[in-house]
Design a protein around this ligand. Structure first.
Ligand code: NDP
Length: 337
């Protein structure tokens, strides 16, 4: 049997392209002493991967060249030489952009068994996985919203944003989203239950978006969950309240190297704001509680999410590049089986 995998073969300058990747075929290995072989069913495509394609100092090491692209996966054990895992076990792992993954006994902590009776396997890469925990950590440990406050989130229809707004609503907040396009905004309000959602593409400048935000957030913004940066953040800054909090989660508008200056940093002082960046993998102590809550909400049908599923391994680079431009609608996945 053949294992198809994507390697990073060159680093982008500016926008990444499909030529930065190469599809490689290798034989599927048989597990030996203590090893487990996993067939990946879904690959998670995430914005952070764009940063790792660069060879730059960041909070994570760069993706090595001529090696399998790293990434989260959900799949099933298909062969095991380890008593801790049996054939048929559903697992979440960091299996990379490939169809099969051989895990050594010393790395079995990387495999997490999941229960798919009430939560679909794919959701463990989205609302009940890293993006969901990101929403949970930023909201609960940085924004710490109180009932009656207004919470704003950008990239609101996405894997992280959709969860932020729904958790904020459940806490009795006014939840307002920003997203690209009428259909995304419609779903954010009608399916995810946000109070309002603004299409930033309808606003040519910061002033116009800021005015629309003022109407959507009549009492100002108490908590901002920032996923985008740039002009969207500038417009949000103009509406932040005194003693408001900002969880700096992502700056996707600058991931291709575009400059994203902050127009009015003095507002941090004027409004005595708390602005804190965070990386979800550095908050492991919160993962069990977050996953339990998120899993319960999804199982009960109380936490809604969307997925964009690319059909096969061949389509992974294109789906990844499309996600960076907003072609995805919700969690971007690749179906590998
Ligand atoms: P999404 O599912 O939200 O997909 C990315 C979305 O970003 C696109 O769909 C697009 O939506 C939006 N976008 C892209 N470019 C722009 C732009 N120039 N201006 C405005 N919006 C843009 O991804 P995730 O939910 O997985 O991630 C959301 C953010 O969270 C990212 O910034 C990511 O890096 C960050 N993140 C941070 C983590 C951490 O630990 N700090 C962990 C996980 C994610 P639209 O069509 O609405 O423009």
């Amino acid at each position: 049997m053949i294992n198809k995998q994507w390697h990073l073969v060159s680093r982008p300058s500016g926008e990444a392209t499909v030529d930065n990747f190469k599809l490689v075929e290798t034989p599927v290995p048989d597990p030996e002493g203590g090893q487990v072989l996993v067939r990946n069913h879904y690959l998670s495509l995430d914005p952070y991967m764009r940063g790792r394609m660069n060879d730059m100092k960041s909070y994570a090491l760069p993706q090595p060249l001529n090696a399998v692209m790293q990434g989260g996966t959900a799949g099933e054990v298909v062969a095991s030489k380890n008593p801790a895992f049996g054939v048929g076990d559903k697992v979440v792992a960091f299996g990379g952009w490939q169809q099969f993954q051989l895990v050594d006994a010393s790395h079995l902590a990387m495999l997490r068994k999941v229960d798919t009776r009430q939560v679909p396997l794919s959701a463990y890469l989205g609302a009940v996985g890293m993006p969901g925990v990101t929403a949970w950590v930023g909201l609960n440990t940085i924004i710490e919203p109180r009932a009656g406050e207004t919470v704003l989130v950008s990239a609101a229809s996405g894997a992280v944003g959709a969860v932020v707004g729904q958790l904020a609503k459940a806490k009795g907040c006014r939840a307002v989203g920003i997203a690209g396009g009428a259909e995304k905004c419609r779903v954010v309000v009608e399916e995810f239950g946000f109070d309002a959602c603004l299409d930033y593409k309808l606003h040519a400048d910061v002033k116009s978006l800021s005015k629309a935000l003022r109407e959507a957030c009549p009492k100002g913004i108490d908590g901002n969950f920032e996923n985008v940066g740039g002009k969207v953040l500038d417009a949000v800054m103009l509406n932040m309240n005194a003693f408001s909090r900002m969880a700096m989660c992502g700056m996707i508008s600058g991931y291709n190297g575009e400059p994203i200056p902050l127009a009015a940093p003095q507002l941090i002082l004027v409004n005595r704001m708390k602005v804190q960046g965070f990386i979800v993998s550095e908050h492991m102590q919160h993962w069990p509680a977050a996953l339990q809550e998120l899993g319960g909400l999804v199982a009960a049908g109380k936490l809604k999410y969307r997925e964009s599923v690319a059909p096969d391994i061949e389509s992974a680079p294109e789906a990844f590049l499309g996600m960076l431009k907003g072609k995805n609608f919700g969690k971007q996945l690749v179906k590998l089986i």
